[in-house]
Design a protein around this ligand. Structure first.
Ligand SMILES: [Zn+2]
Length: 371
């Protein structure tokens, strides 16, 4: 079976720079990494020999410097599998080294029992091997928290699967033979947007994921905030000062009483994000009120994150996006109302979402895990 090559720290540094920032000339890489041009020539030769990059045409330098060869990523040199688990289905993608999705599949879960789900993961990964013989690693994400015990990722409190204390990294590695990373789904999506999506080039970023629940991922100084115990970015039960609705934990007027899928359907009397939006467009007063409350509650969460983190951009995405974007002016005015007088209005990106985005995020976590 093909394996991802073991790289030295400096080889990784150079590969990562080309991976995240695109093709680079050796001169530019030398400047960015602080390595000498001689060292860089040797390192790029190593990476070419390993098949991970190729050297392209030399670009003439401005002034009198020697022309400098450009390193390009060989995105076809390896593939990565990403899986998103929900309470009843598995969504999986394969990407190349540049995070482009090559294949997408989805399967219903046979049951929520850990053995059944791990069995399905192994089957899906095996099914990928024919068309993608250079699978280097696997990423799995799910709604729930992940903490590390003895260097291994353990899933805790996955409400939708009913899992607690499941050593998923060890189980998935044993079942697939691939190095595996396990993440909270919104954290995986955050990492993906930071490297390859709506946050490219930003050193700080907040991503809010809306769906059956709500969560946020935070990047500061180019690093994902992981928290001391693996629970950062909890905005779901933030009080928003609205009354009249209760979340599933019994809080009156928290974010989850208005913004999540179950809350919107409870408040509107209609199931499904797109169905509520349609009803609101058709003039249904209860649907409109529910969406207006959702937009106001989200606006409060956005303002609080802006006040706390002051990121370069806040991305809102997820299957509930259209519901909270329905009343954009309500969202904007709620943000303005809660913004600290000393804060700057956020660069807010309401980012289009496809359900495979979470699996794509898991694949990018798999790339990060190994590169
Ligand atoms: Zn609550």
């Amino acid at each position: 079976m093909w394996r991802w090559p073991t790289l030295h720290e400096t080889q990784r540094t150079v590969l990562l720079d080309v991976l995240v920032h695109g093709s680079r000339s050796r001169a530019e890489l030398a400047r960015r990494t602080g390595l000498s041009r001689t060292t860089l020539s040797r390192l790029s030769r190593d990476l070419v020999d390993l098949g991970l990059v190729e050297e392209g045409e030399a670009t003439p330098l401005v002034g009198r410097g020697r022309p400098s060869e450009v390193l390009h990523l060989r995105k076809e040199s390896a593939q990565f599998a990403g899986i998103k688990l929900t309470g009843d289905a598995l969504y999986a993608v394969v990407t190349d080294l540049h995070a482009t999705v090559l294949t997408t599949v989805e399967h219903p879960l046979p049951s929520r029992a850990v053995d059944d789900v791990v069995g399905l993961i192994a089957e899906v990964v095996d099914g990928f091997r024919d068309d993608h013989p250079k699978l280097a690693s696997l990423g799995i994400c799910l709604a729930g928290d992940v903490h590390t015990e003895g260097g291994r990722a353990v899933v805790v409190g996955s409400h939708f699967l009913g899992w607690d204390e499941v050593p998923l990294q060890s189980l998935a590695e044993a079942a697939t033979g691939l190095p595996t990373s396990i993440s909270n789904d919104v954290q995986a999506l955050t990492v993906a947007h930071h490297w390859f999506g709506a946050g490219v080039g930003r050193r700080s970023l907040v991503v809010i994921g809306l769906g059956a629940g709500i969560g946020s991922g935070i990047v500061v100084n180019d690093e994902l905030v992981r928290g001391a115990k693996g629970h950062p970015g909890k905005i779901g039960h933030l009080p928003v000062g609205e009354t009249g609705a209760t979340c599933d934990r019994g809080h009156v007027g928290c974010v989850s009483a208005f913004v999540t899928g179950p809350a919107i359907s409870r408040n509107s009397g209609i199931d499904g994000f797109s169905e509520v939006v349609e009803a609101a467009r058709a003039g249904d007063a209860r649907a409109r009120t529910a969406l207006r409350s959702a937009a106001r509650a989200l606006g409060t969460a956005v303002a609080v994150l802006q006040n706390l983190v002051d990121p370069e951009r806040i991305v809102v995405t997820g299957e509930g996006l259209d519901a909270v974007a329905y009343d954009r002016s309500e969202l904007e005015s709620a943000i303005a109302a809660r913004l600290d007088p000393a804060s700057v209005a956020p660069d807010l990106d309401l980012h289009p979402f496809r359900f495979a985005d979470y699996a794509w995020g898991a694949a990018i976590s798999a790339i990060r895990h190994i590169v």
